[in-house]
Write a protein that binds this ligand. Sequence first.
Ligand code: MN
Length: 493
Amino acid sequence: MINVEEIYKLMDQDPSKEDKALIKKAYDFAEKAHEGQKRASGDPYFVHVFETAKNLARFGMDATTISAGLLHDTIEDTGTSPETIEKEFGKMILCIVNGVTKLGKLKYQGHERHAESLRKFFLAVADDYRVLIVKLADRLHNLQTLKYIRPEKQKRIALESLEIYAPLANRLGIGKLKGELEDAAFPYVFPKEHEMVKKMLEEKTVTAIAELKNIEADLTKELHKQKITIIRVSYRIKHLYSLWKKLQQYKMDIEKIYDIMALRVIVPTVEDCYRVLGIIHSIWNPLPNRIKDYIALPKLNGYQSIHTTIFTGSGSIAEIQIRTPEMHGRAEYGVASHFAYKESNEKLKKNIHPGSHRKFQWIDEFKELGKNTEKPDNFLETVKKDFFTDRIFVFTPKGDVIDLPEDSSPIDFAYAIHSEVGEKTAGAKINGKMAPLAAKLKNGDIVEITTNKNAHPASKWLDYVKTNLARKHIKQYVDNNSLINKYILKRFK
Ligand code: MN
């Protein structure tokens, strides 16, 4: 039997009386609206919106978004009028439901249409990131019930999830959702590969867990001795699809992949993280070149953690990840994590390594806004603008999405595709028309780069590139060249 209590239980913080009242109202409304409708599985349709809402609760979303999740198919599938939703639940929830309905009309239909669909998709999304999160939660449940759908449709939906939805979840920093979407889609797109990777992983898991348990025991003993508070130690098993992608880089040799299983250590502060790293290296030998400090140098989507890989002493190798609870929240929930971790701005600043502060400006700004705004709805309005306005999404002629800072030029785009493309850029077409290399790209542009083997970077390019990647390559080329020129001038004067 399904019950609204299941949603409350999955929420990260105990919902208030008002939150519960709102969710219950949406729950009852949706149940009634979908009455008599069935899914392809034979289940009542309401099960689908209920599961979508549960996904949203699991990913740390608030009562407004969860309610919108319950209502997300009412306008499209039950003939409920937008006016009714607005009257009963307010403008905010109507906006989210409308956004999700709009996205539902987009279909992935091969390359030509693909770019166009994606473009509309993004433009709709840029309106409010919660629309996207509801859509992702909806898609996750559709993938989980894909076996009831006819095969051609299965493959289209699964492929679209791998190529569009999962990368978006990643862009929003919701690692957990990205992993679940990919793993649900994987068997439908690459059935043989999925079987193979699953078997490989199963064989590894038993011994790896035993190994990690030993490491955990030794490590916790030492941390207690050193008086470091441990908030949590857990394991994470690599998601199947990401394991498969990695296997391809290593000629399918699973022995070369060291992070299949990782021990995850959560400690209170950044200082503790570095102390734990020191303690780990004093017990076990680290593998050279495998120590990654994503605390000082976060990944682009905001991911922070320290990773190290050690020789366990019994012939095998293991990865250990060290992070604070806040970093953990962001890694799992991404843009949604401010619902899960409502600590004060001050505490956040203290916990972030000084060098990383700038990269996390947007998160700090979220917190600041949250403090100064009475109504959470206004807070979200502002958040979504900040999150999307500094980035643009442009497309290759094949429909691949490239995400760049605002005001980027075709040169930035070329280097983002590949450094060799950047190096040999001779011209650019934007939306099918010739354009100067200094042009400023706009959200949704389709960009085509013409290359020429005799072309090379010019120092004036530095005036209009916005990405560090392009700047670095151009500077390198220009500097090398001026050295060669000086040398030639000197020799042949
Ligand atoms: Mn749906």
